[in-house]
Write a protein that binds this ligand. Structure first.
Ligand code: ZN
Length: 210
């Protein structure tokens, strides 16, 4: 069985190595029981993370194991896990293209690529709040209740959530891919969208295949 701390470290590194977050930006966590998570440390360059850097902490902010300081954006992680029992992983990152959308205020088109159809039907655009504050965490609340699991954070970055580490990472990478393709396609001069009817049919087919 894969050690969950190692898995968190590997996928956090992968996110950094793939350019999905930059410098010390971003933080990742995984839930191990109802009230306990493992989270990346404050101000860490994810490429250099090792399992001993990971901090075990409760959702009421008590460190159980670990020597470093937990991520300063942990209040957002706590709130997400409390609001959504179906969620076991949270990735917060600053990928260039998706963050460009967060800065421009523009929305990523829903029906441009099949990957986007599935991913973006659960996307949410959140207003700017200062990172690390309770207000920053609280803006997630209504959208979490509405079942959203991809969040574009105005003038900041993105947060994606999921049932496990791999699926959450996939959402992050797909989100950035879709944002990048849209920006690059625009440079070529034209962006074609998949007709709405086809979008519905595709979503239906995927749901049946599951
Ligand atoms: Zn951030």
């Amino acid at each position: 069985m894969v050690n969950i701390i190692e898995e968190l470290v590997e996928y956090s590194k992968l996110a950094w190595d793939r350019g999905l977050t930059e410098s010390t930006g971003g933080n990742m966590s995984v839930r191990i029981d109802k009230n306990t998570i493992y989270i990346t440390p404050h101000s860490s360059i994810k490429h250099f993370l090792t399992p001993k850097d990971i901090i075990k902490i409760t959702l009421d902010d008590k460190v159980i194991e670990g020597v470093g300081k937990p991520s300063s954006e942990r209040k957002m992680h706590f709130l997400i896990y409390k609001e959504r029992p179906d969620v076991n992983c949270v990735f917060h990152a600053h990928p260039t293209y998706a963050t460009a959308f967060a800065v421009s205020g523009k929305k990523i088109p829903f029906n441009m690529l099949p990957e986007a159809i599935l991913l973006l039907k659960k996307i949410s655009y959140l207003p700017y709040r200062m990172a690390g504050t309770q207000e920053f965490a609280d803006v997630f609340k209504p959208e979490l209740k509405a079942g959203k699991d991809v969040f574009i954070l105005q003038n900041h970055g993105v947060t994606v959530i999921g049932e496990n580490i791999k699926k959450t990472y996939e959402k992050l990478e797909t989100l950035e891919f879709v944002a990048k393709v849209f920006v690059e396609a625009n440079k070529l001069g034209d962006v074609h969208e998949i007709p709405q009817k086809e979008v519905y049919e595709y979503v239906e087919k995927i749901s049946e295949d599951k």
